[in-house]
Design a protein around this ligand. Structure first.
Ligand code: ADP
Ligand code: ASP
Ligand code: MG
Length: 481
């Protein structure tokens, strides 16, 4: 079977949902007996709005909470009407009943949301657990609307509740899957439908613990849900349907003329996603790698385009390098990515840096505060690290200051140049370094995988750095061709 994930803009309104229905319907008809699992995000912008509801509740603004909840409910009910209007004469008594059920479910979901967020606004405090319960509303209702639209188009479709399909840890806002329990849950509630040729629609991003407490996988996590479901169900392919043609050579919002990367390796995709290529959630690739399931990124506005394929090793590339005479199909960098909102910490100690156990002591502090470190560089007297989660920054800094000096520099960005060819082509790394000549670069690091070179510089310089690196991604004669 295939997992087909549709992001927020691909379910934003009735025309987007009509495109989704056409794409899923084509697949369903072309592969009888092999129904896809359809994973959907919340409607475009809805998760942001739900986060704002949580913020308003936390600030004790009950009035703003109820206004926002009413707006969200109105938008979803309007979309329901638009979907019904588009289906027009094809609506029969059975589908009318289904539509009524969906209308009631939407109303009930937003009633519950209003009650929960209203109560929280009285206390003026929102825990990570309550925030997840609020955020989950978006996918729980969008998935019902998509299931309805498929049914109205004559496609046999069922709805699955993500809160029972995806079993996770209890780390709210960053839950991880319990694969064994998820596999069991899917075998009971999803696989039998698929085996009968019924399409199953489920919300991404959302799960629940074994005890049934609602969790989320973190922003952008619907991609991750799709990969988890794909791995658990033994999918042949995981399709990520979005609003661009695939993985592009750079963020199209920052760089003009970004090109499509037609094929990239799991390693390249993982690095690009990790360093800011928003088109793919950074964890998506892990379940796909483990089960060697190809991932495809496709444009829901242009389903006829080929998209990007992410596979174990790209053709013509030289994984492992050994003895392959063929030149890489696409020499040079694969793509560049940027991550903003990064904070740099420069930790120095003239006395202790080289002392046995010093680095372990430094990193143990980040570990204790569950703060991932992205880029690390060392010199004889200092170690510099970057973090993007600053929730524990004050505590980390005060613990570090017990035995070293610490300088904190917020407002930084990581810009990463990524390509498997960095391992094989010695001139490529020097061209990449040369591209940023004259810019104030705070840190440079070549990843252990040797398929990326990362730069840490001020956020204000990130777009320019990205453009310069993007210009260097091909050998000079090709770039000017
Ligand atoms: P969805 O809602 O479908 O999950 P996202 O907004 O999460 O979509 O991701 C798609 C967006 O990612 C694109 O519209 C684009 O602006 C952005 N993006 C950033 N870097 C890249 C890249 N290298 N290739 C493609 N898209 C990128
Ligand atoms: N709706 C969630 C978000 O906006 C998850 C996703 O779209 O992948 O972060
Ligand atoms: Mg996304």
């Amino acid at each position: 079977m295939t997992v087909m994930k549709f992001g927020g803009t691909s379910v934003a309104d009735a025309p987007a949902i009509a495109r989704l229905v056409a794409i899923v319907g084509d697949r369903w008809r072309a592969h009888p007996g092999e129904a896809p699992l359809v994973v959907v995000s919340a409607l475009a912008g809805v998760t942001d709005r739900l986060m704002a509801v949580a913020d308003e509740a936390g600030a004790g603004r009950g009035g703003a909470v109820s206004d926002a909840v009413r707006d969200l409910e109105r938008r979803h009910l309007q979309l329901l009407d638009d979907i019904l209007a588009a289906a027009g004469a094809t609506t029969d008594a059975r589908t009318a009943t289904t539509a009524d059920e969906v209308r009631r479910e939407i109303a009930a979901s937003f009633d519950r949301l209003g009650q929960v967020a209203g109560a929280l606004s009285v206390v003026g405090e929102v825990s990570p657990r309550s925030r997840d319960a609020i955020a989950a509303t978006g996918e729980l209702v969008s998935s019902r609307l998509v299931r309805l639209a498929l049914t109205l188009a004559g496609i046999d479709a069922a709805w699955a509740d993500a809160r029972s399909a995806l079993v996770t840890s209890g780390e709210f806002g960053a839950a991880t899957p319990d694969m064994t329990a998820t596999r069991e849950a899917l075998a009971a509630s999803v696989a039998p439908h698929l085996a009968r040729g019924t399409v199953v629609v489920v919300g991404g991003y959302v799960g629940a613990t074994r005890e049934g407490i609602v969790t989320t996988l973190g922003r952008g996590g619907s991609d991750y849900s799709a990969a988890i479901f794909g791995a658990a169900l033994g999918a042949r392919e995981i399709q990520i349907w979005t609003d661009v043609d695939g993985m592009l050579t750079a963020d199209p919002r920052l760089v003009d003329h970004a090109d499509l990367v037609d094929t990239l390796s799991f390693g390249e995709a993982a690095e690009l996603a990790y360093f800011g290529a928003k088109v793919l959630h950074p964890s998506t690739i892990l379940p796909a790698i483990e089960h060697d399931i190809p991932v495809r990124i496709l444009n829901s506005r242009h389903p006829e385009r080929q998209g990007s394929r992410i596979v174990a090793a790209r053709p013509g590339g030289r994984p492992g390098g050994a003895g392959l005479a063929a030149a890489p199909a696409r020499p040079g960098l694969t793509a560049v990515a940027a991550k903003r909102g990064v904070t740099r910490l420069d930790v120095s100690s003239t006395r202790m840096l080289m002392a046995h156990g010093f680095l372990a002591r430094v990193f143990a502090i980040f570990e204790r505060h569950r703060t991932p470190v992205d880029v690390v560089t060392t010199s004889e007297v200092s170690v510099s690290v970057t973090i993007d989660d600053t929730r524990a920054l004050d505590a980390i800094v005060s613990e570090l200051r017990a035995f070293c000096e610490v300088a904190v520099e917020p407002g930084m960005a990581i810009v990463a140049a990524v390509g498997d060819d960095l391992r094989d082509d010695p001139t490529l790394a020097s061209r990449v370094l040369g591209a940023l000549a004259g810019m104030r670069v705070a840190m440079v690091s070549q990843g252990g995988s040797r398929r990326n070179i990362t730069f840490v510089l001020s956020e204000a310089d990130a777009a320019a750095a990205m453009r310069r690196l993007h210009g260097e991604r091909r050998p000079a004669r090709e770039a000017t061709a």
